[in-house]
Design a protein around this ligand. Structure first.
Ligand code: ADP
Ligand code: ADP
Length: 237
């Protein structure tokens, strides 16, 4: 788990100033929640931590984003290397639907060149256990990832994210597409994952922020078309 620091971060999409002067520290093995109205830049800040804005033509980030003091934009300018150390989970569970559950979990490791079947099976089991999913799928590891419930698919995506042992886990409204029971399962899981990872979660649910996070970053924007900004950071307890 690594510490995250954002220092005077401004984010632009072309000429549009999306987010203004964000300053924030996320301690290792803690959960920070981002909350605020739609369009105030929560997802934009989250994506910046993963250099994902580089997929977006014209997007620009000013300021510093540090992982354990190291600027993620300095690291030999290699976005792929940075992304390997950062796991990302999205609102819509997105397992590879026709790929087996087992292969879904180790897809990232395969991309990194791991071929040994015993090693891949071990990591698949450990990651599924880590995502509180093992008992539910251990008898159908060869079945398609798209064939389980939405809540299970989301935990499968979390298993896939942790299989590569990232330093940081980013979650963008991971429960917004899920039913209440599946949501509680993910919240319980986040409490477990916190023991090992630095976690940032975007949510629109104040109760969820209170339940899962150690600190909450409140975002707002003054008016449509104006940049969003971090209004305050509160200890959640
Ligand atoms: P939130 O997650 O808080 O709902 P977003 O980060 O998605 O907010 O969006 C912040 C602002 O940036 C919005 O005005 C949105 O329309 C704009 N925005 C987000 N993504 C892009 C993009 N790829 N290109 C242009 N503008 C974008
Ligand atoms: P969320 O707020 O849940 O992140 P949005 O519905 O705001 O999702 O955005 C969904 C996708 O559309 C994102 O990939 C975002 O980058 C893109 N997007 C949002 N606003 C704009 C915009 N004004 N122009 C271009 N792309 C945008």
């Amino acid at each position: 788990a690594k510490r995250i620091d954002l220092k005077d971060v401004d984010i632009y999409y072309g000429a549009f100033h999306a987010v203004q002067s964000v300053n924030l520290t996320v301690a290792p093995r803690s959960v920070t929640a981002f909350i605020g109205p739609s369009g105030c830049g929560k997802s934009t800040v989250l994506r910046t931590l993963n250099r994902m804005h580089e997929e977006i033509p014209g997007a620009r980030v000013d300021g510093q984003i540090l992982l354990d003091g190291e600027n993620i934009y300095d690291r030999s300018a290699d976005a792929v290397a940075v992304r390997r150390t950062i796991g990302m989970v999205f609102q819509m569970p997105n397992p590879f639907p026709t790929m087996s559950i087992r292969d879904n979990v180790v897809a990232g490791l395969r991309l990194q060149g791991v071929k040994d079947k015993k090693k891949l099976d071990e990591v698949a089991e450990a990651s599924l256990r880590g995502a509180n999913l093992w008992n539910e799928v251990k008898d159908r590891l060869d079945k398609p990832g798209g064939g389980i419930s939405g809540g299970q698919q989301q935990r499968l995506c979390i298993a896939r994210a942790i299989a590569v042992q990232p330093d940081v886990l980013l979650m963008d409204e991971p429960c917004s597409a899920l039913d209440p029971i599946s949501t509680l399962a993910i919240e319980d899981l986040i409490a477990d994952l916190k023991k090992e990872y630095t976690i940032v979660i975007v949510t629109h649910n104040m109760q969820q922020a209170a339940r899962v996070s150690d600190q909450t970053g409140f975002f707002n924007l003054e008016a449509t078309g104006k940049p969003g900004h971090l209004v305050e950071i509160d200890d959640t307890e």
